[in-house]
Design a protein. Structure first.
Length: 323
């Protein structure tokens, strides 16, 4: 082998090694950028750690290593809160775009192969879950038996369900309360009057409707403020000018309904959300006499411009009938 040939082989070998190092470095940066992205999305290191199911020290360490690799600060502290620097925002935006590109590519390949399997991720509020299971999930199980459906409820996640749709963390979400965002395709529908749910033995059970002033005199059961139905409850009391602290707070509609049926307090949701307990006679739904409570809104949302897989598209059509 001549000297020139040997030189070319050495050059190719060195180029290959450099390319491998670049790929390795890029993969590592992508992994560390994911921690930065989640810290920004979740609003802090601790919230990001809970979302990723790791310790806060892991998130902090990966962000520091990313800063060291790039030789610049990506996070800065303002008071008690952490914020991205301009460089940090560029990294987070690039990572978000990459995630979206991967999601769109996966969707396109699935459509080209006409896959009937795969995974569909749906965010369903706890108040909609019974209707979703009976009117949607049972039919999907028959038509797409190989599709895995992952259900998330917004109460357990640091972001609103429609934000998770925008970030492609879920394919479809069904939410409670008004939503407006040009990045979303939204199908809104009237959910019904917000009601006070009480035991048949509760003093309010004999009434055809209940005022906000009357409710303020009873023990109330609230959900977390991120819950769409709780936001509606808060809006009712705020509009009436009556600030009321709850006697109880829990993180599931189903738990609040059980507490109300036990007679220890008043829960809040539509009659449709408590249909089964009302049918059995465990609960009474008393409409709240206030304009904000009379026509509550539900929304079915997906990201504008994202093509759904065949199974997700079928799911979307079925969910349009959930009203």
């Amino acid at each position: 082998m001549g000297a020139s040939t040997t030189g070319r082989w050495c050059h190719l070998l060195e180029s290959s090694r450099i390319a491998a190092r670049v790929r390795s470095t890029t993969t590592l940066l992508d992994k560390r950028a994911h921690y930065l992205y989640e810290m920004a999305n979740c609003g802090g290191i601790r919230a990001a750690a809970e979302h990723l199911n790791v310790s806060p020290s892991v998130v902090s360490r990966q962000i520091r290593r990313l800063e060291s690799s790039l030789g610049m600060a990506l996070v800065e502290r303002q008071g008690r809160h952490l914020h991205l620097t301009e460089a940090g925002r560029l990294i987070a935006d690039a990572h978000r775009a990459q995630r979206r590109l991967h999601a769109d590519l996966s969707d396109a390949l699935s459509r080209m192969r006409n896959l009937q399997a795969g995974k569909v991720v749906v965010s369903v509020g706890d108040g909609f879950i019974d209707s979703f299971i009976h009117n949607v999930l049972k039919k999907v199980a028959r038509h797409y038996p190989d599709v895995m459906i992952e259900i998330k409820t917004g109460i357990y996640y640091p972001r609103e369900p429609h934000d998770m749709v925008i970030e492609d963390e879920v394919d479809i979400a069904i939410t409670y309360g008004p939503v407006s965002d040009p990045r979303l395709t939204i199908h809104s529908f009237i959910r019904g009057t917000l009601c006070a749910l009480v035991s048949p033995h509760h003093p309010l059970a004999i009434q055809h409707s209940v005022s906000v002033e009357q409710l303020a005199r009873h023990k109330l059961i609230f959900l977390p403020d991120v819950s769409g139905s709780q936001q509606c409850v808060n809006a009712v009391f705020r509009a009436a000018g009556i600030p009321v602290p709850p006697a109880y707070r829990c993180n599931l509609h189903s738990v609040s309904r059980r507490m109300a049926s036990a007679g220890i307090g008043v829960a809040f949701m539509t009659a449709a959300a408590a249909h089964e307990e009302i049918r059995r006679g465990d609960l009474m739904a008393i409409p709240i006499d206030h304009p904000v409570a009379r026509e509550t809104q539900g929304n079915l949302v997906r990201r504008t411009g994202r093509r759904l897989s065949p199974a997700a598209g079928y799911l979307w059509k079925l969910m349009l009938t959930m009203q």
